[in-house]
Design a protein around this ligand. Structure first.
Ligand code: UFG
Length: 356
């Protein structure tokens, strides 16, 4: 970095799974980091302490991280953070993300995700901070019409849940905002399936309750927390009949954010650009189970059950725009994803509550 003062990056939702892992390469790349999180889905620390994931990050990087327990819906408190810090760029992770829950309490999802985002963008505008990386999802593509999915694939069609729609709506708001004011530089990152943990095993994904997603469920079966994995369907048109996804190591994903921030900091994005973050490779549920079983040395009992509503057969991306535009590509293999997940799960069998 050329300037004497490091740019300051604000992470909303920075105590969550993707946010907390992203702090590490940001600090290692020389950025100042400020984290805001309302801790609705993160492990709180003891009285007066920072949340556990933030403490773990501080141990890994050997540096203090500025943290605010603030909700994006609390306009004044968020604005005060912008008054206090010379924020250059924002990475907006904060939001609710459980697909099933979003069908039960859609209004809550729209209030938190959409209204929270509007608050943030208004505060950014008021403080003349117009550089943003937004955490979106491949879910905005709906059922893939072709594979691999490129960024020019249609978005917003036949979205089955409020979570997917909330991401799609926020992307639309950002497009409108950028059309209205050319000073904005926005990168929308459409994640495929982030999995894994920091290679130290000290930081990982800690879902509350029963995991919705495959990898944390497999890890919990391997460690003995759950007896058996349900495989949702083996009659898809895929290599072995089970669903195929583009799994991406969380540290590769974290690096993708650093690449996006570096690009944004050059002020050369001009508008809102959507970019896929994935490996470009698909693996089936049975391939994930097999690889996890090999690296952990544990048997992973599973049973085949019916398809899960809303699932598609295959989803994997064309990741070439990330390479040409951001200079980023995923490096880690499925084996490394499973190894690091296993390291974290076996060190912290009950997640962060074991770490307190
Ligand atoms: N699966 C099982 N058993 C389980 C969980 C999942 O067989 O217990 C299967 C699913 O059917 C699917 C694959 O494993 O074939 C991956 O499922 P995940 O739930 O891990 O991931 P999804 O691709 O369904 O969804 C993920 C995120 C969503 C996001 C979506 C697209 O969970 O938040 O990717 O970005 F919207």
């Amino acid at each position: 970095m050329n300037s004497s003062k490091s740019p300051c990056v604000l992470l909303t939702g920075g105590a969550g799974y993707v946010g907390s892992h992203t702090i590490i390469p940001l600090i290692e790349s020389g950025y100042e980091v400020v984290v805001l999180d309302n801790l609705s889905n993160a492990c709180k620390g003891d009285e007066g302490q920072k949340p556990v994931p933030i403490t773990k990050v501080e141990e890994i990087v050997g540096k203090q991280v500025t943290f605010y327990n603030v909700d994006l819906l609390d306009y004044n408190s968020v604005a005060q953070i912008f008054d206090k810090h010379d924020i250059s760029c924002v990475i907006h992770f904060a939001g609710l993300k459980a697909v099933g829950e979003s069908c039960v309490i859609p209004l809550t999802y729209y209030r938190v995700n959409v209204s929270g985002s509007i608050n943030l963008f208004e505060i950014m505008k008021a403080h003349n901070v117009k550089k943003l990386v937004f955490s979106s999802s491949s879910t905005v593509y709906g059922e893939p019409k072709f594979l691999p999915i490129t960024e020019s694939h249609s978005v917003g069609q036949n979205l089955l849940n409020g979570y997917a729609k909330s991401k799609y709506y926020i992307e639309g708001i950002l497009q409108d905002l950028c059309n209205s004011d050319k000073e904005w530089n926005v990168i929308i990152l459409r994640y495929f399936n982030p999995v894994g943990a920091h290679p130290s095993g000290q930081l990982g994904e800690d879902p509350t309750g029963i995991p919705n997603n495959l990898m944390p469920f497999v890890a919990q079966v391997a460690v003995g927390n759950r007896p058996c994995l349900k495989v949702f369907g083996n009659d898809y048109d895929t290599i072995d009949g089970t669903g195929v996804r583009d799994y991406l190591h969380i540290m590769d994903l974290a690096d993708g954010h650093v690449s996006a921030v570096k690009k944004i900091e050059t002020n050369s994005v001009n508008g809102a650009v959507a970019i896929n973050l994935g490996t470009g490779n698909g693996f089936s549920v049975l391939q994930v189970i097999e690889t996890f079983s090999q690296v952990s040395g544990r048997k992973i009992p599973y049973e085949i059950v019916g398809r899960r509503q809303g699932d598609c057969a295959s989803s994997y991306c064309d990741a070439s725009l990330a390479k040409s535009f951001l200079g980023w590509e995923a490096k880690k293999t499925l084996k490394e994803m499973c190894e690091d997940t296993w390291k974290w799960q076996s060190m912290y069998p009950k997640g962060f509550s074991t770490a307190k």
